[in-house]
Design a protein. Structure first.
Length: 424
């Protein structure tokens, strides 16, 4: 039996992250079809459980154990502050001593937590592959990035193969995180990137060797490529809307009002259309639907408000996108899903994090994706011009978008084929 430990991010609240997790484990399962596989996941939620059941996975949760092991950082933080990089290097060169020290310290302070830490380290030792499913978490914006790098160092210190698939790397501003990434990422056996414009040069600056990197596009594209029914862009009249209001997007209520005004102007001066909500983050404090409805409330629309809770079902989200002629979005995977259906996208951003994500995505598809800074003085005028132009010419982008989609699916599958040499 092969054992794969999967690190994922935010799969219980975000359809983009959940889709990347689903594609990752499904591709591994397909590659090892003659093998029995046990997947160990560091994150649990209803979405992951349902999709794991659909795939018939031998699935075990290790969330509590992984969280217990991560207490090593606060336990040893004083030493790490005094001697930056000491603990990271110790995990590589004297892993058994470091693991014993972490267990001892945890037992002294927290008692029973020692057993969970020991169990997690043992799970890593017995795993045939440590797999990081796709995401944009290797940066110094979210705490997830440091946790991921800590796991890389633990796994490589124990001699385990590590692969990071469907990754968006950066931006990295702090010297602390840059140096940590420079210690960890060059040791990863295979890194598959979802865009090459920013992630690739950053990886090279961190010391990662070209032979360990491939550019594939986003893993979640494959889910859309498997859809049998394509949108009828020529006859569709819908505009899909997504916005992400959060500390890392820098999109506020004032921007929502501007988007409402843009849509109202287009409706009154140019053409009629329907609006469809495209919430990627469907739970939690950054729930996209709450912000989308703020836009809808400012203009006259026909929208069944009794169905606002239906987006915890993936097919409902995809069906809404399928009805669109164009999509306006402030979150990454609404753009990924739409472009993968041949639907052009206007991506709005307020931070460097989202600028790099959207510009990198536009580079991968080459057409039909326009990025607009919400902070530009003529934001509303620019939006009116771009939305009107893309809406009227939407169908001309379909062929190139579907071609680039299929290319990225092929590159993704080729990258996962490379994992066979790591597992066997």
């Amino acid at each position: 039996m092969k054992r794969v430990l999967v690190f994922s991010s935010n799969t219980g609240y975000n359809w983009g992250d959940a889709a990347m997790f689903f594609v990752a484990v499904n591709r591994i399962k397909s590659l090892l079809k003659d093998e029995k596989i046990e997947f160990l996941s560091v994150e649990t939620n209803e979405v992951v459980k349902n999709w794991a059941d659909q795939l018939g996975l031998n699935y075990q949760l290790v969330e509590e154990e992984s969280k217990a092991w991560l207490t090593q950082r606060p336990l040893l933080s004083l030493l790490n502050r005094k001697c930056p990089g000491f603990i990271d290097n110790a995990y590589i060169y004297v892993p058994f001593f470091m693991n014993a020290m972490v267990k001892l310290k945890a037992n002294m302070l927290y008692g029973g937590i020692k057993d969970k830490i020991s169990k997690f380290i043992d799970m890593v030792k017995k795993s045939d592959l440590i797999l990081f499913s796709g995401g944009g978490y290797i940066n110094d914006i979210f705490g997830t990035g440091e946790k991921a790098l800590n796991l890389v160092l633990l796994a490589k210190g124990l001699g385990k193969p590590v692969a990071m698939m469907g990754q968006g790397i950066g931006p990295i501003q702090s010297d602390h995180f840059f140096n940590k990434a420079r210690r960890a990422l060059p040791k990863v056996d295979l890194i598959a990137l979802r865009e090459k414009k920013y992630s690739l040069p950053l990886l090279y600056s961190l010391g990662v060797q070209p032979e360990n990197v491939v550019v594939t596009g986003d893993d979640a594209i494959e889910i859309i490529a498997q859809e049998k029914e394509l949108p009828q862009i020529e006859t569709n009249s819908g505009i899909g809307i997504n916005v992400r209001v959060s500390f890392y997007s820098d999109i506020c209520e004032n921007v929502l009002r501007k988007i409402s005004h843009v849509l109202d102007c287009i409706r009154k001066k140019y053409f009629e259309f329907e609006l469809y909500p495209i919430p990627i983050q469907f739970r939690g404090s950054n729930n996209d639907l709450h912000n989308i409805l703020q836009i809808f409330n400012c203009i006259v629309i026909s929208f069944d408000r009794e169905k606002v809770d239906c987006f915890n079902i993936f097919d409902n989200l995809i069906n809404n996108i399928r009805k669109c002629r164009i999509v306006i979005t402030g979150s990454y995977h609404a753009a990924v899903f739409a472009l993968s259906m041949g639907i052009p996208v206007i991506s709005i951003y307020g931070t460097e994090y989202y600028r790099q994500k959207f510009v990198g995505l536009a580079d991968m598809f080459e057409a039909g994706c326009v990025t607009i800074d919400v902070n530009r003085e003529d934001f509303e005028k620019k939006m009116i011009d771009v939305v009107s132009e893309l809406y009227l010419n939407a169908s001309q982008f379909r062929e190139i978008l579907l071609k680039k989609r299929d290319e990225q699916v092929r590159l993704g599958k080729e990258a996962y084929n490379k994992l066979l040499r790591l597992i066997r």
